[in-house]
Every structure is written in C-alpha cells, then in structure tokens.
Design a protein around this ligand. Structure first.
Ligand code: HEM
Length: 444
C-alpha cells in the first residue's frame, strides 16, 4: 500500500508525449505493432505516450494486466473514443460503467449460459456444414472474406434468428459501421463517419422490426434476442428496447469480426504446421468422428483445445484493448499512474513473454499440454479475451464456434496456400493476413 504523499514523489513512466494535440497517434496508426515493439525495447514494459488526444500509459505483461483488471471499476474505468461511444450507443455494455455495467452484464450473460450454448451448437453445426460445402464448390477462395460471411451468418442466426444474413447485403452495412471506428468523428454528407452513423440507424431499424415481430408472434426459437426479451435483473426489471438494440448491435460486431480473425489464423497456422494438423486429425479419428457435436463430445477434444489456445496466444484477434481512464492516481511498477490519464493493456506482447513461454515466437500447442501448462505459471499470461469485470462476454460462445468449426473442417477437408500471396499480419482493427488468405480447398 502506498500513501498519497509518497505517490506525489513517484516518477511518471519513461516515454514521450510527442507533438502537441496529435501526440504520437500518427506513428501508432501507421504501424501499431511496430510502435509498441519499439517503445517496449526502449523503455520496458511500462511507458507513457499520447494517443487519440489523451495522455496514455501502456502496460505490458501479466503483472500489468493483473494490476489493470484488479483496479478496473474502482481506480480505473472503461473509456472509449468518441467514435465508439456514438457508434455503439449509450446503452451498450461497452459504454456503461459502474453498477449499471454490472447489472447489464448479468442480464446479457443469461444468453450465454451453458444451456443456451448447447442449443446454439446445433444451428452452428448446420451453418458450418453449409459453408464447408460451398467452399468445396468454390475450389479457390480468399478465406478471410468468406469467413466474415460465415461468422456473420452464425451471429445473425443465433443472435436475432435471421438466416443467410451475408446474402442480404447486411455485410455491407456492417462494413460501413466498422469503417467509422478509426476515422475523424465528424458528420458531413458522404464522410466515413456519416456513413457509419447511417449504418447504425439502419441496423437499429432492422432490430426494431425484429422485436415488433417477436412481440406480436412470440416464437419458441431460443436465440439471444428471445432470451434478452425476457431477461430480468435482480430487482425484476427487464431490459429496455434501446438497451436490447444497442447490445445486439455491439455483440454482432464483437462476435463476428473477432471470430473471423481467430478462424483465419487457425486455418493459416494449420496449413503452415502439417504435423499439428495431422495430430488434430488423429484425435478426431480416435474419438470416432462423432456425428453430433455436443458439449460432451467437444470436451473430449483435448489436443484441439490446446491448438485453439495457441492460435489465440500467437495471433490474438484483439490487438488494441479498450482503454481505461484513471479515476484516482495510483502506482504500478514504481511509477505514478496519474489521475485523468488513460491506461491500456497489451494482449499480443503479453503473449510473447519469454519468461512464461519458451520460444514464444514458435507455434507450439504442446506448451498447453497437461504436463507443461506454461500459462499457469502466472495469472493473466494468456489473455485473448481480456480479464476481470470486463472479460469477454462471448468467450464461451467463441470457444464453442472455433472448436466446432475446426473439428468439422479437419475431418473431411484439406486446403493449401496459393503461392505468391502476402501473409504479413495487419493488426487494426482486427488481426488478419494482408491478402486475406488465398487457398485451394477440397475434400480429402
Ligand atoms: C469484451 C476478445 C468474441 C462480446 C472483449 C474483450 C476482449 C475480447 C479482449 C475485453 C476488452 C477490454 O478489456 O477492453 C474477444 C475475442 C473473441 C471474442 C478474441 C473471439 C475469438 C466475442 C463474441 C461476443 C463478444 C462472440 C458476443 C457476444 C463481447 C462483449 C464484451 C467483450 C459484449 C464487453 C464486455 C464488458 O465490457 O463487460 N472481447 N471477443 N466477444 N466481448 Fe469479446
């Protein structure tokens, strides 16, 4: 414990604040991974900078993540860029803080309980089989683009009960929304931000009609929307229509871009590591290729679980986590974390700590075997889904979709990388190979 007078004598972390107003945002946006790597090399695991008009402290490593997660909601609080706040909406869980956030989180979580997930698996399997057949017919494809359609279809089917969303041009509306995130939040006709706000309005209007329809003709469908329409908090209050709409929108976005990134990395890493792919297939054969993928059968896929964990370690989809605003000055690592500044934790660099992970740059799923369990040496060494009070709400949904997809993919299909493509990883807004992963896809 450190008292206030000691705190005032603590130094600020090393680093630079850059140019007035602009800070170091331009260098960061030009090459986010390189920006962090360079400063980590210069200053170590904690440094100051100035990003998106805010003085900011970047924290790297499991200890830093622990500091942030354990102070989240107390000395630290979620903060967003103006773009995020406007595009997500005031009732979104990503914008709510304090007690309101906790109450909302418990309500939304009702749609991700094990029983709900068990139901989702059936529809997920059907959509997955349909897409695998489609890709077989296509023969050669850019997988990232196709996986975007696939994850959007699953999300729309399971969140709001709409099938074949990707065919309905909904994808374009989502793209317009996403493009508004990393731009200047000024609306003039035709600007990216204006298009993003219109996309938001269009999506909310669609959700409104879906809610009207559900209220007029209640269905036995057990999707996220139907669960949220009857979800109650401890005091018996239902979610408002605005809260349902903002959060369905947020979950559709959070749930499809991240999964697209994770699945693309999985497909790429398996293509680059044939021995790992063979071991995944051997495990499937040993389990007798169960036809119905229930939670029970999926649980037995221990090696596949290790592979997925390693994919999320080496290529975490979320590279820039949400920032936290410092509500009360505090200390970390001997430095002052001043009130009014922003802090954020770093997922990819935390996953590259050589004190935790031997040869962290290597793809080695056995590092998570029951004998090695490298990530268990220190809490928060493996944080693809964040942690603490804001740990990913869709974590189990995402793990289910990844596992089910991988099991069905490796059994019956093979794929090889089309030569001459650029596989360099682009990291914003979500991690992916530059040329989108071009493959030749066929039945084994
Ligand atoms: C939060 C990652 C899939 C919904 C988060 C955070 C991370 C993350 C790192 C915390 C951000 C922070 O600390 O600022 C991922 C990854 C996914 C994934 C890697 C897939 C592989 C999903 C899915 C959903 C979802 C499928 C759909 C429900 C959310 C929500 C939050 C969140 C609502 C905010 C939670 C809160 O503020 O309390 N996710 N996510 N995510 N995620 Fe995910």
């Amino acid at each position: 414990m450190i008292n206030l007078s000691t705190q005032s004598t603590l130094p600020l972390p090393p680093g630079r604040l850059g140019l007035p107003a602009i800070g170091e945002s331009i260098s960061y946006l030009r090459d986010p991974a390189g920006f962090i790597a360079k400063r980590q090399q210069q200053h170590g695991n904690i440094f100051k900078t100035h990003l998106f008009a805010r003085p900011t402290i970047v924290l790297i490593g499991a200890d830093a993540a622990r500091f942030l997660f354990s102070n989240d909601g107390q000395k630290l609080e979620m903060t967003n860029t103006p773009n995020f706040e406007i595009l997500l909406g005031a009732k979104s869980i990503g914008v709510q803080t304090g007690a309101a956030h906790q109450i909302l989180r418990r309500q939304l979580f009702q749609a991700f309980q094990p029983r709900a997930l068990e139901n989702y698996a059936i529809a997920m399997e059907a959509v997955t089989r349909r897409y695998l057949q489609k890709w077989e017919q296509m023969g050669t494809l850019t997988w990232y683009e196709e996986l975007k359609k696939y994850t959007l279809d699953i999300a729309c089917r399971l969140f709001v009960g709409v099938s074949t969303a990707a065919d309905e041009s909904l994808e374009k509306v989502y793209e317009a929304w996403s493009e508004g995130l990393l731009t200047i939040p000024v609306r003039f006709p035709g600007s990216k931000f204006d298009r993003a706000v219109r996309a938001r309005e269009e999506l909310l209007a669609r959700f409104d009609s879906l809610i009207d329809e559900r209220q007029q003709h209640p269905s036995s469908e057990k999707d996220v929307l139907s669960i949220l329409l009857v979800a109650k908090d401890e005091a018996g209050n239902s979610l408002s229509r605005a809260a349902i709409k903002d959060n369905i929108l947020g979950m559709l976005i959070a749930g499809h871009e991240t999964l697209t990134s994770a699945l693309t990395s999985l497909c790429l890493l398996l293509a680059q590591h044939p021995k790992v792919l063979e071991a995944v297939r051997t495990e499937q054969a040993q389990l007798g290729f169960p036809t119905q993928l229930t939670q029970e059968t999926l649980k037995q896929m221990i090696y596949l679980e290790q592979v997925l964990k390693e994919v999320l370690r080496i290529a975490p989809p979320v590279v820039r986590s949400g920032s936290r605003k410092v509500l009360e000055s505090c200390e970390f690592g001997g430095y002052l974390i001043p009130q009014g500044w922003d802090v954020y934790y770093q997922i990819p660099e935390t996953h590259q700590d050589s004190q935790i992970y031997t040869h962290p740059e290597q793809f080695d799923p056995d590092r998570f075997s029951p004998e090695r369990t490298q990530d268990k040496q220190k809490l928060f060494s493996h944080i693809p889904f964040g942690g603490g009070i804001r740990e990913c709400l869709g974590k189990e949904f995402a793990r289910l979709e990844m596992k089910l997809f991988a099991a069905l993919l490796v059994r019956d299909y093979k794929w090889e990388l089309v030569p001459g493509q650029n596989l360099e990883r682009v990291v914003l807004p979500f991690s992916r190979p530059r040329d989108g992963l071009k493959v030749k896809f066929s039945r084994r």
